[in-house]
Design a protein around this ligand. Structure first.
Ligand SMILES: CC(C)(COP(=O)(O)OP(=O)(O)OC[C@H]1O[C@@H](n2cnc3c(N)ncnc32)[C@H](O)[C@@H]1OP(=O)(O)O)[C@@H](O)C(=O)NCCC(=O)NCCS
Length: 158
């Protein structure tokens, strides 16, 4: 699957979810996850690998939320077919309206179709309850990621 090829996945009267390119994620990554940091900080390792999937949720033509899935192995998780969720973000005015849940759910369905067994993420402390609501579990103690803050390893068996 080419990352640059935009493919419509689901569309309702209020939103559309599409596969987007890594570059398209930068505006939302920057304004939600890397506030005040250089735009280069929005480029993640592995963004352009064939195995990486970036999803965008659009209201009309405007990108309002994103999440990305990387075929990364976490040493604390034994399962082979695992993906890392990164760059989960909804623009501030659209937060708390169920859109994060919707785009994440679509990512999970997409990965399940690709035979993935586990999704894991390094969850920011303030997002732990969002992941818990989406049935992700904490594994181990919290840890610090430089310049970003306290995180927890969380995972979900698909
Ligand atoms: C975290 C984030 C992606 C959630 O997306 P969202 O669209 O705001 O969340 P939703 O409206 O889909 O919420 C789904 C559920 O999680 C809960 N929830 C959402 N964000 C939460 C948070 N930060 N803390 C606690 N609960 C949260 C909601 O109350 C809702 O519960 P419900 O189903 O019982 O109503 C979004 O708020 C965001 O971009 N935050 C800033 C960036 C960030 O922290 N990203 C995560 C990096 S690891």
């Amino acid at each position: 699957m080419k990352n640059t090829k935009i493919k419509k996945i689901i569309s309702t009267s209020s939103y559309t979810i599409k596969i987007i390119s890594s570059k398209e994620t930068y505006s939302v990554r920057h304004s939600v996850l890397r506030i005040g940091k250089p735009i280069e900080s929005c480029v993640f390792n592995g963004d352009d690998l064939e195995t990486t999937i970036h999803l965008g949720i659009f209201a009309k033509e405007n990108l309002i939320g994103i999440c990305s899935f990387f075929k990364n192995t976490n040493p604390n998780i034994p399962e082979k077919q695992q993906f890392q969720l990164r760059g989960m973000a909804i623009l501030k005015p659209y937060q708390g309206k169920g859109l994060g849940k919707i785009i994440l759910k679509h990512g999970e369905t997409l990965l399940k179709d690709k035979n993935a067994k586990i999704i894991w993420c390094n969850a920011r402390e303030n997002a732990v309850n969002f992941y818990k609501k989406n049935r992700y579990q904490i594994n181990g103690e919290s840890f610090n990621i430089k310049d970003i803050g306290l995180h927890f390893l969380m995972y979900k068996v698909l």
